[in-house]
Design a protein. Sequence first.
Length: 250
Amino acid sequence: MIDVKGRWAFITGASRGIGYLTAKFMAEQGCNLILHSRKLEHTLKVVEEVHKLGVQAYGVCAELSDLEAVEKMLKEIDNLGVEIDIVLNNAGLQIAYRNEYFKTPVTDYTESFKINTIAPAMICYHFMPKMIERGFGRILNTTSGIALEPQQAGYSASKAALDKITIDLGATVEGTDVCINLTDPGWCRTDLGGMQAPNAPESAIPGIVVGAFIEDQKSGRFLGAQHFTGMTLEEAVEKAEREFDSPYNK
């Protein structure tokens, strides 16, 4: 299992929900953090909390639908002078639930794709070459298990596109110590999932980050967090490496 103590992770959507729990968990493992939210003041509380756990942390902000703001944020991170070893693309938008799905507006797609597909792809393209150059990196892109629901077409299509990007990028680094995989917290009671969801947000830990700790050099996998609920991190990593294979060479 990879030791992340002293490494740097960048987490989007870190001010609440799964992102917040992920930030706290990574800090408990000794990982330094760059924490993103839409507004900087939303992140300050998390930065303060993880500082108390003995790690370094910085807050950054960007509205992920504003692609120029995403570029500006990435430059700001570069200017911090730290090497990002782990990227956790957690932030996402479930834009609407359309019972009259044949009237789904085009904006459901354009906004969903900017936040759920294009911004994470930009982040991957920014940090992954640097990881390859250094010979180490972990990227986890958060997807969704939603299927057969045209009521959520913009959201599910944007996540399917992110899946494709992740798997295709993974093929370029398979067998190296740069790994890019998919994760899914499951349907949890968060602002995005709603209070009717069956799972507590805490059930996504440690599974939501298991891909950051694997060391079997496999990419392109779907590591659904609910498969690892109730496990220790060590148990989750062992299960991920034993039971979840990459999609290549099959």
